[in-house]
Design a protein around this ligand. Sequence first.
Ligand code: BG6
Length: 488
Amino acid sequence: MAEFIPVGAFDIVIFGGTGDLSQRKLLPALYHRWIDGQIAEGSNIIGVSRTALTDAEFVTFAFDACCAATDGKLNQAAWKKFAKCLSYVTMDATDTKADWGGLKAALVKDAKRPCIFYLAVTPKIYVPICEALGQTGLAEGNARIVLEKPIGTDLQSARAINAGVGAVFAEDCIYRIDHYLGKETVQNLLVLRFANSLFEPLWNQSAVDHIQITVAEHYGVGDRAGYYDGSGALRDMVQNHILQLLCLIMMEPPNSIDGDAIRTEKIKVLQALRPITAENVAEDTVRAQYVAGNVEGETVAGYLDELGHESGTETFVAIKAAVDNWRWAQVPIYLRTGKRMKARHSEIVVRFRPTPHAMFGAQDAQSNRLVINVQPDEGVQLYLQIKEPGPGGLRIKSLPLNLSYQDNFTVRYPDAYERLLMDVVRGNLSLFMRREEVEAAWEWVDGLIAAWAAADVPMRTYQAGVEDGPIEAKVMTRVDDCDWWEAG
Ligand code: BG6
């Protein structure tokens, strides 16, 4: 039975309180935790931004946000009580000379009470806001800071942010969010690997042939084109979400589920990622942009048409990566992500080696696979070879043992932000990234970007709505005889 364990009363200040993240994710996440009785009465949710709003206007903003997030099925009685937690302060939080009195007055003066500062703003102002919090005395007591991705745009800028934030907040008060870590199926990776004795003996280069991680999206860049064009698929998705999935799949068993035990193991994986250089980048990566096509029955424009100008930014990337350590030597890890693909689906596929002797001939060439569906249709499938019943000779078929979340659980899956926000209140750092993780991931990504430039790797194209992205990504895996797993 799902049970919500209430957290003690807290204050949360959302810088960027009227922004997109606050509207789409944070306020609805807090509302959902409230209606489940997890948030204590007396907690304060304070929106802060330069947009001049009254408390009542912020409550209306939050109401609209929560209505949209619940398809209009807002619980009116619960909302009335929840709305009492909400207030708003108009201010420029980067300005130490501004009047911070309004914000201070909205916070409960109790050194033990968690006071969470959530930076739902552009990363450019993370450091100025932290400095202002330090100078105004707000970074004291039980203060915690939450940083959204992207933490920088490269290693240098990430280091500058980490140093600036770290000058004000101790590392164990810094919560670097990667919302993929809050997804139910991503948390399940730990349980699947370390609560089942079945997999661990096989989880290494002697039994695993290769691993694939796919995060495909059917939507385009939409109104985020400005941000996205300065980022691209590699920085937007691989540097964080995909490398985090890779870490959870490839790390050594931690001693415990303690935040630092897990994070220490993840860092080792990132540090063991083989650098991609000008020598191998053309063979081991593909970058591409979508051109006009058809997605879910609708004709959609190409990336450059949406942008209205030329661009060298990739909307798709495929990478053959390697983790150079004892466990994973010689095991290719294929990563891919793209916008405007056929459907939204994220999955991890672990393909095991074929049997050492093909007793049944060519037909048993299909080897076992573990497919972990991260989203949608969350679940796990273990493909086994079985004998197809009936006459006509011995025929072998690959069929899954199918563990579907939907068939087994009726609870609503909380949005990733619900879990992550409650973990910040509880002080549980397991699902947040440590400074070295972010920096190690950037170091690898920066090397890859430099290699693209040095080797002048061409930008490929793919039609919006195709299943696999550009043909070159198929060719890349074919070379190793490892086709991308076709979902569904
Ligand atoms: C964000 C990226 O971090 O993750 C977006 O900036 C992407 O470009 C999104 O669409 C994907 O998240 P989810 O939870 O929808 O898979």
